[in-house]
Design a protein around this ligand. Structure first.
Ligand SMILES: [Zn+2]
Length: 45
């Protein structure tokens, strides 16, 4: 899920899974669809 947050008087969109910030909502939602969140990165296996 994507949350709106305010940082330094600017509006950002934050991925709830990994807390990455985006400056537009479309990018945030696209990211979130593919986000692995805080699961273990598969490349470590
Ligand atoms: Zn994410």
């Amino acid at each position: 899920m994507v949350s709106m947050v305010t940082r330094d008087s600017d509006q950002w969109y934050q991925c709830d899974k990994c807390e990455m910030l985006f400056d537009n909502e479309a990018d945030a939602k696209t990211h979130e669809e593919h986000c692995e969140g805080d699961e273990e990165p598969s490349y470590l296996q």
